[in-house]
Design a protein around this ligand. Structure first.
Ligand code: HEC
Length: 256
């Protein structure tokens, strides 16, 4: 390919292929893969179906706002609450949201579109230094067959501040049904972000995340010795006899 100088490149702004390859200069090979997947796969899907509402033109949902392709990407990656989940890409809210036209929103992604966006998220994750994963030990479950149900207590004290996650679990068809799900703070209180339920099928080296990533938006202070009630959750495809772990983005003592 002919290498163009900066001035001629600016004049030839219609020549996107060239601009793209210029933009890849200085990136690691993994970053190049991720950026190419963003520009060629993920963004076209989002532009066709999602950006008309999520480009910042509507308040509070500007997940894909930005003056150019890469700024849109940066907004989406850093948006809080986390729409893109690097810790468990396939459970990212952007993939699992589905049809939300009933609430003034958009259509579902089809399987190909979802898999294009997923490949991009996986590539972005692979392009980053492996963050330390904040995760409890895998805890064996006491499964409820008849009430009163035994309460499972997963200690999170090793993660940054004293506390636990508590719930009962029963099997309903192919899914696990969690009730009385709560996060309890110890004497220092707790600050938590983004709890994610994970199941460990026998022999698995990676856990299976909650496919809905339903607690993605939680960023919460909990007063000392108090609890945050999460309620019930029917988690598709979790076998209740498999061990459970909890993964977080942040676990700290209560923030001032
Ligand atoms: C017609 C406008 C519109 C379009 C098109 C649209 N959305 Fe939305 N979106 C909304 C509105 C309004 C909300 C807030 C209400 C809600 O959560 O349903 C929202 C919320 C969301 C959320 C918030 C997550 C949550 O549960 O809080 C996600 C993720 C999302 N949209 C993804 C998408 C994706 C992916 C597309 C394209 C396939 C898309 N949206 C297309 C209007 C739109």
């Amino acid at each position: 390919m002919v290498r163009l100088g900066f001035i001629s490149l600016a004049l030839l702004s219609a020549c996107t292929g060239e601009i793209e390859s210029e933009n890849l200069k200085g990136l690691t090979p993994q970053e190049q893969v991720a950026q190419t997947l963003w520009v060629d796969k993920a963004l076209p899907v989002l532009s066709g179906k999602c950006t008309m509402c999520h480009d910042g033109s509507m308040p509070n949902i500007g997940y894909i706002a930005g003056a150019d392709d890469l700024m849109k990407r940066d907004t989406l990656i850093s948006y809080v609450p986390r729409i893109v989940n690097m810790g468990a890409p396939q459970s990212s809210r952007i993939l699992t949201k589905g049809d939300h036209s009933a609430t003034g929103g958009g259509p579902a992604l089809d399987a190909t579109q979802a898999s294009d966006i997923l490949s991009w998220i996986v590539a972005e994750r692979d392009a980053r230094p492996q963050a330390d994963v904040i995760r409890t030990m895998q805890a064996p479950m006491m499964v409820c067959t008849t009430p009163p149900c035994p309460v499972n207590v997963v200690d999170i004290s090793g993660l940054g501040a004293a506390g636990s996650v508590e719930f009962t679990i029963s099997q309903v068809g192919a899914d696990s049904y969690f009730t009385d799900l709560k996060i309890k703070a110890g004497a220092d209180g707790l600050y938590v972000e983004h709890p994610l339920l994970e199941s460990w099928p026998t022999g698995a080296t990676d856990p299976k995340p909650d496919p809905l990533d339903r607690f993605f938006a939680i960023q919460q202070n909990i007063e000392p010795n108090m609890e945050l009630v999460l309620g019930t959750a029917s988690v598709g495809g979790f076998n209740s006899t498999d061990p459970i772990s909890l993964r977080f983005d942040v676990v700290e003592k209560k923030r001032p």
